[in-house]
Write a protein that binds this ligand. Structure first.
Ligand SMILES: NC(=O)c1ccc[n+]([C@@H]2O[C@H](COP(=O)([O-])OP(=O)(O)OC[C@H]3O[C@@H](n4cnc5c(N)ncnc54)[C@H](OP(=O)(O)O)[C@@H]3O)[C@@H](O)[C@H]2O)c1
Length: 426
């Protein structure tokens, strides 16, 4: 048995109800031509830096129209000086002047700031592809702006789909925007299912997401009580930003990815399995009704998925070492340890609560991870606080943006108060 939650209710094909990919997938003729003008949101982060490496290696395919970071102004200035985009965005008004002062003489891009600034870059007519790679719920509004503007959206910010998958789906329907998943598992499924039109989706029994298991996969339960920040950030296979590294250690990342897969492919959670695969070579699999499993394999390097999305539907050659199957010898699979890593089950549970559940789950998790990284709570307090948020809050309406943002705010406040020992209000 792989993931008990997924196998509890086996899918019967005759009960299929409206599976469908989140956006249309037009042929190459209807997509932006090359060279494509890129808007990279979160360019100073792990995904953003990898996207720039892809772009830099292929100037005939990609130009950089806009870059957005938040607080790492020195890196943003360095990237801007190298790629010379016409527009930049930072988090704060003071960052605008500070960044302008770091740029080379004779180069004066338009520099904007804050949530409105990110959204304006995402919707700008002077870019073709928007890479949404801001971390956390802060990525939602720019992702929505790009979807509403009809962009080709390379979506790394999984939190957008967790918070507002339906709103993004609706925006794509109205604008013709195209969503391409950068998250390696979803990108793998997108490829295994056949890209254009995802024609195979109705014939798929389940999607199988692989998980590395994180740095504590084989550690005893008692060890988890003593986990430090440095240990949690030390992922065995992937080099990622701090928030997603902690999410990988708690298995919340896989929980968020189950929700992401449901929203992206229009499938119920019973049709999304999780299996631990420590080598991170098989990035995910589609299980068909005839017993076939189609997998996507590749090196554990995010440039593969990023390049696939930026150049879609054309593949972009990358200078990466080939996966040496003989040297690998064997690929192994095992069941997730649900009892020791409860975040995966909490994420599934949140889906059963209605639209507010994943919003509260995400807000509680982001707050708890921030507190853990700041040394204010223990590793095992993360699932405890998420559980608190899901079990002590009355179900509320969460179908429009205002309601989603309100649940996000309320949950963050309640979790912070709980962690600090105060009695949470409301
Ligand atoms: N890293 C991976 O391998 C990977 C794989 C799959 C999916 N993802 C997803 O991709 C997203 C980015 O992950 P990452 O690992 O690249 O994160 P990261 O390295 O922490 O980078 C985060 C980026 O977001 C910016 N940022 C932070 N807070 C912001 C705010 N309030 N408003 C606007 N920008 C803000 C940061 O700017 P500054 O650094 O300038 O402050 C940075 O550019 C996440 O949603 C993650 O789940 C990542």
């Amino acid at each position: 048995m792989i993931d008990t939650a997924a196998h509890a209710a086996p899918f019967a094909p005759e009960h299929d109800s409206g599976a469908g990919y989140i956006s249309s997938l037009p042929g190459e003729d209807a997509l932006p031509g090359f060279p494509r003008r890129l808007c990279l949101l979160g360019s100073t982060g792990s995904i953003g830096k990898n996207a720039l490496r892809v772009a830099e290696g292929r100037p005939e395919r990609f130009t950089v129209a806009a870059l957005a970071g938040a607080t790492n102004l020195a890196l943003l200035a360095e990237q801007a000086a190298r790629f010379r985009p016409a527009r930049l965005c930072v988090l704060t008004p003071s960052g605008v002047d500070a960044l302008a002062g770091m740029l080379p003489a004779g180069y004066a891009p338009d520099i904007v700031h804050g949530p409105e600034g990110y959204a304006s870059l995402a919707a700008d007519a002077d870019s073709d592809v928007v890479l949404s790679a801001i971390v956390g719920a802060a990525g939602l509004m720019p992702t929505l702006a790009a979807a509403r503007a009809g962009k080709l959206v390379a979506l790394a910010n999984k939190e957008s789909l967790v918070l507002a998958g339906d709103l993004i789906r609706q925006a794509c329907r109205e604008s013709g925007a195209v969503i391409l998943p950068v998250d390696s598992e979803h990108n793998a499924l997108f490829q295994a299912l056949g890209g254009p039109g995802l024609r195979e989706l109705p014939h798929v029994a389940t999607l199988v997401l692989t998980a590395s298991g994180g740095p504590f996969r084989d550690k005893p339960a008692a060890f988890l009580q003593t986990v430090t920040r440095e240990q949690a950030l030390n992922h065995p296979n992937w080099s990622m930003g701090p928030k997603i590294s902690v999410d990988s250690a708690t298995l919340m990342n896989k929980g968020l990815e189950v929700i992401e897969a449901c929203r992206l492919f229009g499938l119920p959670p019973e049709r999304v399995e999780v299996v631990v695969h420590p080598q991170s070579i098989v990035h995910s699999l589609a299980r068909y009704h005839d017993g076939s499993l189609l997998a996507h394999l590749g090196p554990p390097d995010m440039r593969v998925a990023i390049a696939y999305c930026l150049g879609y539907p054309r593949r972009t050659p990358l200078d990466l070492p080939a996966v040496d199957l003989v040297a690998l010898g064997s690929l192994t699979f095992e069941a997730p340890r649900h009892d020791d890593f409860p975040c995966l089950s909490l994420a599934r549970h949140s889906l059963s609560l209605g639209a507010w559940g994943p919003v509260a789950l995400n807000a509680a998790n982001e707050t708890a991870v921030e507190l853990f990284l700041a040394g204010r709570i223990a590793f095992l307090d993360i699932p405890r606080l998420v559980d608190f948020a899901l079990t002590t809050q009355a179900g509320v309406y969460a179908d429009d943006l205002d309601a989603i943002l309100e649940i996000d705010r309320t949950t963050r406040r309640r979790v912070r108060e709980r962690a600090e020992g105060g009695a949470p209000r409301g």
